[in-house]
Ligand binder design. Structure first.
Ligand code: GCW
Length: 724
């Protein structure tokens, strides 16, 4: 027998004996791992509390719920926890009043009435003198959400006594935006290619699509925009609609609607018309008939997402019309099918010399009240572009008559792309909790987007997906946490990033107390760490041009000034920062007076936003007593130090989690450390040419010359095609 053959036999032998130990933990199962609990005592307790389960009903969503419950309970608690016909002590019963006679017989009417369409309740109760656990909802989808929540309780080792959980999503449309192109490249995607395999659809239904739907349903995401906002009209042709319909069929049982991006010039490009003018009757007729066609393929089609007159995309302004004219035309077409139009406010004009941060507000605020009921305006969290840190967008709170959606980026375009461990929930939280003062104190961004502040007729939130064909879905294992956290915050924007992290770690890695504590502290500090080593104290948009990878504060030759770095940091002999106060662009005036006052004065402006709003001298005295120059340098160093600390912490997790995922994260942390040093060195070397001040004590000297950093090139960086 050859050596290899012997080895193979050995591997086979062991894989039969220890199947679980040998199964590679490649991250594919995300947070839905359902491995048998290893804590015997806990396992025994759970086994006395759930001896069997019942989930009746044949709808597709109830079948999906049953499959999940079966998979989850038999996985976590062992195969003996099976579906039962007779409800006995310690039975778990899930359903609606319509699907389950047991649920119908319980006195839940009052509680159910508060749950709306998608909410659920989980409670210990009594049924015919038996102690049971009930998962109840008004709809089959609510049952599915309840099932996922219940499984999470076990995954995170929660007590199953005294349960009295009621949960209803605070936001109506909770969608992912895929920036997936039809050639399967993903704009700003760092996890491989698009998971939509257009070539093999509709006949081949990759099981990954179902797992995608399960993962999303488990966190309450109820919509997905399949295609890039830089849109291709071809997706609206029958060839593609048939494929999109196949996806919609797979997602439907999981409560997920399909949306598409509408290229505004589609009537010309695929419709053969001479114009796409939204006020032209033939254009309107074209869209109406296109929409009817789409609904034939996808009866519950969610609607359109549109990027118009932004970064070269066509739009109503090409015909002298407004954003409202454009959005309303599409809204009219989808209205009778209960579809919506998500119209992006990410606009800045090609020839507008005004501060780019002001332009979306200037353009959209005057249109408040002129959009149809089924239009939502989708606003990025900040006024520039998903920077590592931005103050909240001034449009939030400023359009009381128009539902505003939040657009967060989950993919880490400016946040370390595929290899930096950055937990984004604290950043989302910072924005959601920010006070707009639109209706006095307490008018948080969260209340704007959940619709409660202005009584919007509908509400929405979008996250630009970080999902791709990589086996673990998101490239970086910790990228999964950002997908997870986005969904959780979309369900309830009041949740804390810390609680979300704890849940995710327990489900994804381990419930070992020490491991949870260590991983949690890494996650919670990671965003601040990145801000420190990339763009401390309110600096922004100083990354490399095009691919946006790495530092590029020197970038100054671009087709337009507001794509350069020098436009944003404005470093000169005197100081650094963008003056958006009264003496500068006065962008602060777009905020309500309380906020404007606070941000408008360097003395009261939070230091984290200081150089976003102010141009200050290098020797400006910071609260710490340090000069601005020293403080900037110290922040860069602190960022680097934090990454090194993360590396040490991660080392403590070794052996407490599986070796495969441990190794990936460890290797990525090495990359992150090198890149943090690179950011520090490149930025400080460059800014030093203006400040003419020495690198302060306590800050490691740059390893290379400025020219070295400026001459680096990145043929492998995702987002650009290699040049031959
Ligand atoms: O952040 C910028 C990205 C573009 C993106 C654009 C947008 C889809 O660099 O790649 O295009 O924002 O949000 O429209």
């Amino acid at each position: 027998m050859t050596h290899t053959l012997k080895l193979l036999r050995l591997v086979l032998f062991f894989s039969l004996i220890f199947p679980l130990k040998l199964a590679a933990e490649d991250g594919y199962r995300l947070w839905l791992r359902y491995d048998l609990l290893t804590d015997q005592q806990l396992l025994n307790t759970y086994r006395t509390q759930i001896k069997g389960w019942q989930l009746k009903g044949e709808s597709a969503s109830l079948q999906a719920s049953r499959q999940e419950l079966s998979l989850g309970l038999s996985g976590l608690l062992g195969k003996q926890i099976a579906e039962v016909e007779i409800v006995d002590d310690a039975t778990l019963v899930a359903g609606t009043v319509a699907s389950s006679s047991v649920i119908a017989s319980l006195d839940l009417g009052e509680q159910l009435s508060t749950l709306a369409d998608e909410g659920f309740l989980i409670t210990n109760t009594r049924y015919q003198d038996k102690n049971i656990i009930a998962i109840a909802a008004n709809t089959d989808i609510g049952v599915l959400y309840g099932v996922f929540h219940f499984l999470k309780l076990i995954q995170t080792q929660h007590a199953l006594t005294h349960l009295n959980i009621q949960s209803t999503p605070q936001i109506r449309h909770r969608v992912l935006n895929h920036w997936d192109n039809l050639d399967r490249t993903v704009e700003r995607g760092y996890a491989g290619f698009s998971i939509w395999d257009w070539h093999k659809l509709p006949t081949y239904e990759d099981p990954r699509y179902t797992d995608y739907a399960r993962a999303n349903a488990s966190i309450g995401i109820n919509g997905t925009v399949l295609t890039n906002v830089n849109a291709n009209a071809l997706v609206l042709t029958p060839q593609y609609l048939e494929k999109a319909a196949a996806l919609a069929n797979i997602f439907r049982p999981y409560g997920i609607k399909v949306y598409l991006t509408a290229r505004f010039s589609a009537p010309v490009e695929i419709g053969g018309l001479q114009t796409a003018d939204p006020l032209s009757p033939e254009v309107q007729a074209w869209w109406n008939s296109k929409v009817s066609e789409i609904y034939e393929y996808i009866p519950d089609f969610g609607g359109f997402l549109v990027k118009a007159n932004s970064e070269g995309q066509p739009g109503p302004q090409n015909y002298g019309r407004t954003h409202a004219d454009g959005a309303n035309m599409l809204a009219e077409a989808v209205a009778e099918h209960e579809g919506v139009v998500m119209w992006r406010a990410f606009v800045y004009s090609e020839d507008e010399p005004d501060d780019r941060a002001k332009q979306a507000y200037n353009e959209f605020k005057p249109l408040d009240g002129s959009f149809k009921d089924n239009v939502l305006i989708q606003v990025k969290n900040g006024a520039i572009d998903f920077q590592p840190r931005e103050p909240f967008h001034p449009l939030f709170g400023a359009m009381p008559e128009t539902p505003l959606m939040m657009e967060f980026q989950i993919t880490q375009e400016y946040l370390g792309q595929g290899t930096h461990l950055v937990y984004l929930a604290p950043m989302y939280e910072e924005v959601l909790r920010a006070d707009t003062y639109a209706k006095g104190e307490g008018s948080t961004v969260a209340k704007v987007i959940d619709g409660s502040l202005h009584n919007y007729n509908t509400s929405g939130i979008a996250g630009v997906a970080n999902i791709g064909t990589d086996r673990n879905w998101t490239g970086h294992i910790f990228g999964q946490a950002n997908w997870y956290a986005y969904g959780r915050l979309a369900w309830n924007p009041q949740l804390s990033s810390e609680d979300i992290a704890e849940e995710w770690i327990g489900m994804t890695f381990s419930n070992n107390e020490a491991a949870v504590k260590t991983i949690k502290s890494m996650m919670l500090n990671s965003h601040e760490a990145l801000v420190n080593y990339m763009t401390p104290l309110g600096l922004h948009h100083i990354m490399g041009a095009g691919h946006h990878y790495g530092p590029g504060p020197w970038v100054k030759k671009m087709p337009r000034a507001d794509w350069t770095s020098v436009y944003y940091h404005r470093a000169d002999e005197k100081g650094i920062g963008f003056d958006r106060s009264k003496s500068g662009s006065n962008a602060v005036a777009q905020y309500f007076p309380e906020v404007a006052k606070k941000y408008g004065d360097p003395a009261s402006c939070p230091e984290k936003y200081l150089l976003w709003f102010h141009h200050l001298d290098w020797d400006y005295q910071m609260a710490s007593g340090n000069t601005l120059w020293k403080e900037i340098a110290l922040h860069y160093q602190k960022g680097v130090d934090s990454v090194r600390q993360m590396q040490q912490h991660w080392q403590n997790v070794e052996g407490k989690i599986d070796a495969e995922r441990f190794a990936q994260v460890k290797a990525f942390l090495e990359i992150q450390e090198q890149e943090a040093v690179w950011w520090k060195d490149a930025c400080l070397s460059y800014f030093q040419t203006f400040s003419k001040l020495p690198i302060p004590e306590g800050v490691e000297k740059p390893e290379e010359s400025l020219e070295h950093y400026q001459n680096l090139s990145f043929p492998f960086a995702p987002g650009i095609r290699p040049r031959w």
